[in-house]
Every structure is written in structure tokens, then in C-alpha cells.
Design a protein around this ligand. Sequence first.
Ligand code: HEM
Ligand code: HEM
Length: 191
Amino acid sequence: MTGAILPETGPTLSAQHYTRTAALLHWSIAALILANLVMGFVCAWLELSFEEVIMNLHKVIGLLVLALSLLRLVWRLTHRPPEPVYGGALQRKAAGVVHAALYTLMLALPMSGWLVTSSFPKRHPIRVGLFDLPFLPVGASLPRAILAHGVHEVLSLAMVALVLGHILAALHHHFILRDGLIARMRLGSRG
Ligand code: HEM
Ligand code: HEM
């Protein structure tokens, strides 16, 4: 049942929704990115040295984000999303630009972190249980590691800004327009 608690104002968007796979990928990627942003910035701002175990977790989560984002992109390119039936042409264009920028950062942010780790002259293995995840096939270079670290930090800040804008837009739809937009990305039963 969709839209039962929605008021008369505006159309109910939730009748058209993303597939369960798209929603599952959206929410798991979002949770993992938020965990890594908190981990990264809290350690950087408190000037805590990234403990080995935290740093390893950060890298593994980041590479998982990269893998899931590639999957999400393949899914997106092979499955038609629900029609963006809200707002005017400008608002749709803005949503499209923000979504494209989010996809770009979902790939570029982990790639830049992977480049930092792979460029350090003294590389720490990225461990998952008994296995080590691979490094990027690049030689050691401290200047490149420092540059990539700067890029990684700037992309993290850009991600914070975009995600905040994205969440504010979702809350605007939910509480002001009350058009059921968030339900398009629900995980639960489809009706
Ligand atoms: C969702 C993906 C990721 C997010 C959101 C993220 C976020 C962050 C943030 C916010 C910082 C602190 C930046 C600062 O210095 O102010 C950081 C540092 C770092 N990240 Fe990531 N990261 C991600 C993925 C990765 C990956 C995949 C790797 C490596 C495989 C990685 C390696 C690093 C390294 C080496 C640092 C520097 C740690 C230090 O300064 O000692 N990150 N990351
Ligand atoms: C790191 C966090 C997040 C990232 C990277 C992210 C990324 C994205 C992307 C790329 C899309 C476009 C989907 C497509 O059409 O292919 C999207 C859609 C959406 N996101 Fe997020 N998201 C995040 C967090 C959130 C949060 C916290 C909310 C809710 C408060 C949310 C609500 C939505 C909704 C409702 C849509 C569908 C919009 C529509 O139907 O046009 N997202 N998200």
C-alpha cells in the first residue's frame, strides 16, 4: 500500500520506485560512506594517528564502496530508474547533476584513497582475514602520495557538501512537499 498517509498536496511519487536491488545498494553504500567520512574526519580533526586496525578497516570499507558503486552503476545503466516526475525542468536538471556528481565521487573518492595507500614508499597491506587486497599497479612516490592525500581530503569535503544537499532535498520532499519521494528508495515491500 503506498501513499496512505500522504496528504492531498501534490502527486504521490512512491507509486514509482527504484528496484529492491538499487535500494539495497543505495542504502548500504550510503551507510559505508558515512562510516568512512566519520572515521576519516574524526581521526584527522582530533589529530589522532589512524591506528593500524582503524586504518585497515577504513581501507576495506572504502574498497567495498568502490566495488558496490561499480555494481550500482552497472545496475543503473541497465535498468531504467523511475521517472523524475517532480518539480520543474530546472529542479530535475539540478537533481540529475547532483546524482551524477555523487556517482562520480562514489568512484573517485575511494580511488584517490587507494592511490595514497599504493604510492607510499612503505606500504601497509590491506588485510581481509587471511587475504591481502591488491595495491594499484603504481610505483612508490612520496610526492604522489602527498598529492593524492590532498585530493582525497578535498573529495571527502565535496562528498560531505553534496550529501548534505542531497539529504536536505530529500527532507524537503518528505516534510514540506510531502510527495512520498523517499519511499521511491524504500527497501520494504513493493506495492
Ligand atoms: C568511501 C570511501 C572513503 C571515504 C569517504 C574516505 C574518507 C577519508 C577522510 C575524510 C580522510 C581524512 C582526510 C583528512 O586528512 O582530512 C581519509 C584519510 C585517508 N584515507 Fe580515506 N576514504 C575513503 C576510502 C579510502 C580508501 C579506499 C583508501 C585506501 C585503500 C583510503 C585511504 C586513506 C588514507 C591512507 C588516509 C590518510 C590517513 C592519514 O592521514 O594517516 N581511503 N579518508
Ligand atoms: C552517502 C550518502 C548518500 C549517497 C552517496 C547517495 C547517493 C544517491 C544517488 C547517486 C542517487 C541517484 C539514484 C539514481 O537515480 O541513479 C540517490 C537517490 C536518492 N537518494 Fe541518496 N544518497 C545518500 C544518502 C541518502 C539519504 C541519507 C537519503 C534520505 C534522507 C537519500 C535519499 C535518496 C532518495 C529519496 C533518492 C531518489 C531520488 C529520486 O527518486 O529521484 N539518500 N542517492
